[in-house]
Design a protein around this ligand. Sequence first.
Ligand SMILES: *Cc1c(COP(=O)(O)O)cnc(C)c1O
Length: 228
Amino acid sequence: MDDIGANLAAVRSRIAAAAEATGRNAVTLVAVSKTNPVERVHAALSAGQRVFGENRVQEALGKFPDLRREFPDLVLHLIGPLQTNKVREAVAHFDVIETVDRPRLAEALAREMEKTGRRLSCFIEVNTGEEPQKAGILPDAADAFIADCRDRLGLPIVGLMCIPPGGEEPSLHFALLREIARRNGLDGLSMGMSADYDIAIRFGATHVRVGTAIFGARRPVPAVAAEG
Ligand SMILES: *Cc1c(COP(=O)(O)O)cnc(C)c1O
């Protein structure tokens, strides 16, 4: 598992180089550990990584509670679609929600945060490529949705997140996300994955979500029989 430490070091130095080229240095590396077993997450923690991203609530619940006991300063981001019936578990077990993408979810999150007193930083996901199968608020609707989340619901919105369409030039999407954030006075930009995180940093990313460059190629998700 030494590869994880070496990969992390390589990713961190590429992040540092890109951040230095832009004159900014506050870039958070979110290590995307989805599909990786707990031992591999542990290896990343041992190598000093503390911020992780998971895309499924159930999978994260199976891996992170034990790791948190050993590493209380661990920070867990939800980076996948969130169903309203999982909001309670998500608010209880994550620290940051990156995928606020529709009014019903925003309302459910606001209610649960009010009820529990746990205020999680939130990013609003924007569907910059306007892909019908993809989650995220459409760019034209983003300003009104951001205002609604902040002003009516009082959600702690810290920034925007996007997943550019595969096969397209990502920088157009990074620039669009940066512009929507700028005109709404938001500082956080979660954009860039293994293939393009240094480009994203040049376009102002404050958070990059990197999986395969750290953990290697993902194994296929195991069949249902392996559950439990
Ligand atoms: C899986 C995933 C990533 C990481 O992708 P890599 O190409 O493995 O770095 C980033 N963001 C989201 C939303 C993901 O689902």
